[in-house]
Ligand binder design. Structure first.
Ligand code: HAM
Length: 404
């Protein structure tokens, strides 16, 4: 039997209700913050991700679903949503237009990672990207929006933030960090030793215990920021404080994608095991120009839908809809007529096959219908329908003509 690929899942009942509830809630809140929906292709040129997420990142280096298509193009299933949105932003000349542009999206992302709890090869993100606003107020507003989304979904979290500096302060910091890493190189894990040359900043968030101990004395980015980055970061944390939004300063938070500048943040849950990041994002002021657009500041985030599915508190919904069944096969066409009329205003479940009343009531109950209506031989002859309200348990027989 053919099975779904490892690390890829079907989303079906009962989880589908949680999945759509997350997307609907987040979309509604993003729209309230002035974001508009954008859909970009799942498949993009591989070069897009190499130039944005970064060749030295694990995502591009090890995890891409990359192949040559029939036309000989080097393409890749998107591992994340930001790069495609930035490409669309530039391709549609919005960078030349100026002003602010805010987009939200949701859909599948693909990373060839080792599957485990909270880590899939195909997973879904909801994300937002905001272009054209350099002010730290935008970073703050985005963090508030994510807070609103998680609050509306009933999910608890801790916010971790850091600043990743800018082209002015990062090169000097990088040099200091690399010098330190060379001093402790022999004790570092293989991955970290390799990263000293390719991506030294990533060494800071290595999860290997012996590396963590050695890194305790490493120079920290926040202590090496230029004046502008430092004051912007202070303004952001002051805003969070004044709005009573608790956060943890995490000087080793570096994120796994190379495009960030200044603000970087993660929302973390203590209830889902090792893969605890439920959302992540930050500022990426240089990405638009890296992808040949007009320099445009930007900030964004994405949340992992599968990671939060089990945490969502679903709203109580009572019984809903009408179940229509027959105990006399000749009544099926009448049922179809009623169903079409009723579907203009409510959910209707139809059963075309003759069943006992008991079986119909059981099926209506299982489907969560509010009312169960059935036509048998007697009802058909009299032009009537038998109806039971499954909440109030009230039963009646009414003329089909007047059935409301
Ligand atoms: P990211 O941190 O790589 O950021 O992913 C965002 C979220 O996607 C994570 O916090 C996590 O919840 C979820 N996620 C990531 N990988 C997996 C996986 N293998 N299985 C299940 N869930 C996963 C980005 O993707 C950036 N594009 C976010 C961003 C938008 N930054 C700026 N704009």
């Amino acid at each position: 039997m053919i099975q779904a690929l490892r690390g890829m899942k079907d989303i079906m009942s009962p989880d589908n209700a949680r999945f759509t509830h997350i997307i609907e809630t987040a979309s509604r809140i993003a729209a309230r913050y002035g974001y508009e929906y954008i859909e970009t292709p799942l498949l993009e040129e591989t070069a897009l991700f190499k130039r944005s997420v970064g060749e030295s990142s694990d995502i591009v280096g090890k995890e891409m679903y990359q192949f040559i298509d029939k036309g000989g193009h080097d393409v890749c299933l998107r591992p994340e949503g930001t790069a495609g949105v930035v490409r669309a932003f530039i391709q549609n000349k919005l960078d030349k237009k100026g002003g602010t542009h805010r987009f939200f999206y949701h859909g599948p992302m693909f990373r060839y990672e080792r599957p485990q709890k909270g880590r899939l090869r195909e997973f879904h993100q909801f994300g937002c990207e905001s272009f054209g606003e350099v002010s730290v107020y935008e970073d703050f507003t985005m963090i508030m929006m994510i807070k609103d989304i998680f609050d509306a979904l009933g999910i608890g979290y801790t916010i971790k933030i850091n600043s990743l500096g800018c082209p002015e302060c990062m090169p000097g910091y990088r040099e200091r960090l690399v010098a330190h890493l060379h001093d402790i190189e022999d004790g570092l894990c293989e991955d970290c030793q390799r990263r000293i040359a390719t991506n030294p900043i990533r060494v800071l968030d290595c999860k290997v215990e012996s590396c963590r101990t050695l890194l305790q004395s490493a120079p920290l980015i926040v202590e090496n920021l230029c004046e502008t980055c430092d004051s912007e970061f202070n303004r952001l944390t002051a805003l969070l404080k004044s709005h009573n939004l608790p956060y943890e300063l995490d000087p080793k938070l570096v994120r796994g994608l190379d495009y960030y500048t200044r603000t970087a943040f993660e929302f973390v849950s203590s209830e889902i095991g090792a893969q605890s990041a439920i959302a992540g994002g930050g500022r990426y002021n240089r990405l638009v120009e890296f992808l040949d657009g007009k320099p445009t500041p930007a900030v964004g985030f994405a949340l992992g839908i599968e990671r939060i599915m089990e945490l969502v508190k679903m709203p109580e919904i009572g019984r809903e809809g009408l179940y229509l069944g027959v105990m006399e096969p000749k009544a099926v066409e009448t049922i179809l007529q009623i169903a079409h009329k009723k579907r203009q205003s409510e959910t209707v479940f139809t059963e075309y096959h003759k069943r006992s009343l008991k079986a119909h009531l059981k099926a209506a109950d299982r489907l969560g219908a509010k009312r169960c209506a059935v036509i048998g031989e007697d009802e058909l002859a009299a032009g009537e329908i038998w109806v039971k309200d499954l909440e109030t348990k009230e039963e009646s027989r009414v003329a089909i003509e007047t059935f409301e």
